[in-house]
Ligand binder design. Structure first.
Ligand SMILES: Cc1cc2nc3c(=O)[nH]c(=O)nc-3n(C[C@H](O)[C@H](O)[C@H](O)COP(=O)(O)O)c2cc1C
Length: 167
């Protein structure tokens, strides 16, 4: 699959099979996270990967959708507080770094036939509690990770001319 097929194939999967994920696939996904670029190469992030089995009720507090804990794993990309690059105007790039890491994870998962869904609308306090995060970690984005159930819906996107400004 080339890159353009890959980005067309990725979609927000909101229904998962309970099937276990091969450990080689998990390792490839984590390697993709490791290779993500970060501002100043500070790599001030942690990828937390948690099994959903036995945690479904707790995970419902983090993001109350049944499909959230259907897959065998949840991944949280966390920023190491105060360790990321900060621009001269004080803008922190921690969220940008975390988003790139998550995108590597999500695209790697897609290439391996796995499904994911970006989740930003979770309860960060509940996530920190349920995933037993160290105090210096801020969860930025989450995704389930598992084999998709169902079909990919058509993409709904604005036209290129509505998104691009030529100067
Ligand atoms: C930063 C970010 C946060 C998102 N948060 C959520 C979320 O909390 N819940 C959800 O169901 N989808 C979430 N999404 C998925 C978007 O709704 C989805 O990507 C968009 O509708 C386009 O659909 P597609 O991913 O299937 O192409 C999020 C996506 C991004 C990029």
């Amino acid at each position: 699959m080339d890159f353009f097929e890959l980005i067309n194939k990725r979609y927000s999967v909101r229904s998962y099979l309970p099937d276990e994920i091969e450990s080689e696939k998990l390792q490839k996904i984590l390697e993709a996270a490791r290779l993500a670029p970060t501002a100043c190469n500070l790599q001030a992030f942690r990828v937390v990967i948690a099994k959903t089995e036995g945690r479904r009720e707790q995970l419902n507090r983090v993001y109350p959708r049944n499909w959230f804990s259907e897959a065998p794993y949840i991944i949280a990309v966390c920023a190491e507080k105060g360790k990321g690059w900060v621009r001269s105007d004080q803008k922190s790039f921690a969220d940008v770094d975390a988003a790139i890491v998550m995108d590597h994870i999500i695209l790697a998962a897609t290439a391996l036939g796995l499904g994911t869904c970006w989740i930003g609308a979770f309860d960060p306090k509940a996530a920190a509690e349920v995933l037993e995060l160290d105090k210096d970690l801020e969860p930025i984005v989450l995704t389930p990770l598992g084999y998709p159930k169902g079909e990919q819906p058509p993409k709904r996107r604005k036209a290129v001319e509505d998104l691009v400004i030529y100067k």
